[in-house]
Design a protein around this ligand. Structure first.
Ligand code: FE2
Ligand code: FE2
Length: 268
């Protein structure tokens, strides 16, 4: 019986393998939507307001016609995301070079210094909104994005790092960043809500988790080897509740934010 069973099993696995290959080829061959027409991209207004760059809304609306529509769905200029994207897929396919390097080097530094996985995760996620979404109030956006999938402490630390960055804590060797003098000018004073957030965070039981994020929040440019993303697979597996349906499709309160990063050029 077992002699007979063996070929059946290998036939079944060969069939499964063939099906998987066919599926992959079908995915690759899948056409981009709105075929045969020019797909116009109107960038989101948040990146334009207050700048000298004219917002092209009227101009593009004027170009609209049977041959030109506004983009909806996958943009061939971007790597195609898997149907059920994971956190690491967003790192691989969506996050900008500087954010990608910065998050991984910060997390690696925390790992090498023997910090808890909570601290390592917070470091890995602390600027995630800067990767492909929005920079303004980035600590808050980053925390909100990941909150449904990480511990409360990780999300808390991600949010608070934004305010703590502006305030030295000599007792743990954290100084006001030299780079902030250059970014904002030496006379910059953080606004009231940031000062208040700092005060509150300082007295919180998770203060040191957020403070560790700021301590490891260092920009490395050309002088460092970028850690392999795969180095964090297990830590992410233990500390990030990857939804079965994929990020963006699980109906969480922040699913739309992940979808926005999958299809950043959608008109609506
Ligand atoms: Fe930050
Ligand atoms: Fe950072």
């Amino acid at each position: 019986m077992s002699d007979d069973a063996a070929p059946v099993t290998s036939k079944a696995s060969a069939d499964a393998e063939e099906a998987a290959i066919n599926y992959e080829m079908a995915e690759l061959a899948e056409e981009f939507p709105q075929a045969g027409r020019r797909r116009m991209i109107l960038p989101s207004p948040i990146g334009f307001v207050g700048t000298d760059t004219p917002y092209p809304e009227m101009e593009l609306l004027g170009q609209m016609g049977p041959d030109a529509v506004f983009m909806m769905g996958d943009n061939p200029a971007l790597p195609r995301m898997p149907k059920k994207p994971t956190l690491l897929d967003f790192f691989r396919h969506r996050f900008g070079g500087i954010t990608f390097r910065h998050l991984l080097t910060s997390a690696k530094r925390a790992l090498d210094d023997g910090h808890s996985e909570t601290v390592v995760m917070a470091c890995m996620l602390h600027d995630i909104a800067n990767g492909c979404l929005i920079r303004v109030d980035h600590g808050y956006w980053s925390a909100q994005l990941v909150a449904p999938y990480v511990s409360e402490e990780v999300a808390w630390a991600v949010q608070k790092h934004q305010a703590l960055r502006y305030f030295a804590d000599e007792s743990v060797g954290y100084k006001y960043p030299e780079s902030y003098h250059r970014f904002f000018g030496p006379d910059y004073v953080p606004p009231e809500y940031i000062r208040k957030e700092h005060e509150e965070a300082r007295n919180h039981r998770w203060y040191m988790t957020a403070r560790q994020v700021t301590i490891n929040d260092i920009y490395f440019f050309d002088d460092v080897v970028i850690p392999d993303l795969e180095l964090f697979t297990d830590i992410v597996g233990r500390n990030f509740k990857q939804p079965e349906e994929g990020l963006g499709f699980d109906g969480s309160p922040t699913a739309h934010m992940w979808r926005t990063m999958i299809w950043p050029n959608n008109f609506l």
